[in-house]
Design a protein. Structure first.
Length: 324
């Protein structure tokens, strides 16, 4: 990935935050060989210019929860209102308007089967403006979640990355069970992944030591990871696309691995449905998107067909900002 507006230190900072979004500025500064004030100043500038945010995200798969990608075809007059209503739900993410404004697409992360059924079989089909609903369960993540585009910047040297990389996630064992204090911590961190301990203490009523231990447990088990988000449009990437690929079953793993290595791909997963691989991509313009489809996707063995749609408006990523 090339970001001409950002210099090498900006890129290093983005990648450092992706490795450990809660790393103190002095630790990042030491790893990168600059002062604490320089890192703090760069962070503030990126926050103002490209809306840099560090969010604490809950990995539902560690809690035994499934992720669904839902497509709702509807009349153009209702699409923005439907998108805003869905964006206010805590169980939706990456929600956008596509297909000329006649389709709403969102990632849905229900906490239970009851929540899933209530939305898919209850509210949505009852709306007369919703023409059709299709829901696809995510079977395997190829890219996304704890990995995001800053991971592909490759700005940090091996020693710098090693100094910033947190302890590895223990993926073994049964799904983690959360109590109310854990849920409160995760809710605060979802708004600000770098929320100070004092704020987390105030929200939970727990001591600093207990908060630290709970944070360590949530992160070490992979329930909590830090996601770095920023606007790509000021950096020259104005075209966001969704790709639905129909892939021969024997080629699923190979195609998924290839997509994960593409610099344009910000998310890729195998799903249920006829189009069994979905990917979100980012490009400078539609000409670059065409070249990507023709040269990169077209070269993947096992891809039988592809449906492409531009994201006209990103309504929500992990947090909803109605005035964005």
């Amino acid at each position: 990935m090339e970001y001409g507006v950002l210099d090498s230190l900006d890129l290093k900072l983005l990648q450092a935050l992706q490795l450990d979004g809660r790393a103190p500025f002095n630790r990042i500064a030491e790893a990168l060989g600059v002062s604490d004030h320089t890192i703090a100043r760069r962070f503030r500038r990126l926050r103002d210019t490209v809306r840099l945010r560090v969010l604490g995200i809950t990995d539902g798969s560690r809690l035994g929860r499934d992720t669904w990608i839902v497509r709702l075809r509807c009349t153009p007059d209702i699409a923005p209102q439907l998108a805003d209503a869905l964006a206010r739900r805590p169980d939706t993410a990456y929600l956008g308007l596509i297909s000329g404004g006649t389709e709403v697409m969102c990632g849905m992360k229900p906490r239970s089967r009851q929540e899933r059924d209530e939305l898919l079989f209850g509210r949505l089909p009852r709306s007369p403006s919703v023409i059709s609903v299709s829901a696809h369960c995510v079977l395997r993540h190829f890219y996304g979640g704890p990995l995001s585009l800053p991971s592909k910047i490759d700005a940090l040297g091996p020693e710098e990355a090693a100094a910033l990389r947190p302890s590895s996630v223990d993926g073994a064992g049964t799904p983690v069970t959360l109590d109310q204090a854990d849920e409160t911590l995760l809710a605060v961190l979802r708004r600000d992944g770098r929320a100070p301990l004092t704020e987390l203490q105030a929200a939970t009523g727990l001591s600093e030591g207990v908060v630290r231990r709970r944070l360590d447990r949530l992160r070490s088990t992979g329930v909590l990871y830090m996601d770095v988000q920023f606007d790509h449009e000021p950096l020259g990437r104005t075209v966001e696309a969704m790709l639905w690929l129909t892939v021969a079953p024997a080629a699923l793993a190979a195609v998924g691995s290839a997509l994960a290595g593409h610099g344009e791909v910000r998310f890729a997963a195998a799903t249920t449905g006829q189009a069994n691989v979905v990917a979100a991509t980012l490009h400078r313009d539609t000409a670059e998107l065409y070249t990507y489809l023709s040269d990169r996707i077209g070269a993947l063995e096992g891809v039988q067909s592809i449906e492409t749609a531009l994201i006209l408006r990103q309504v929500k990523e992990y947090t909803y900002e109605p005035n964005r």
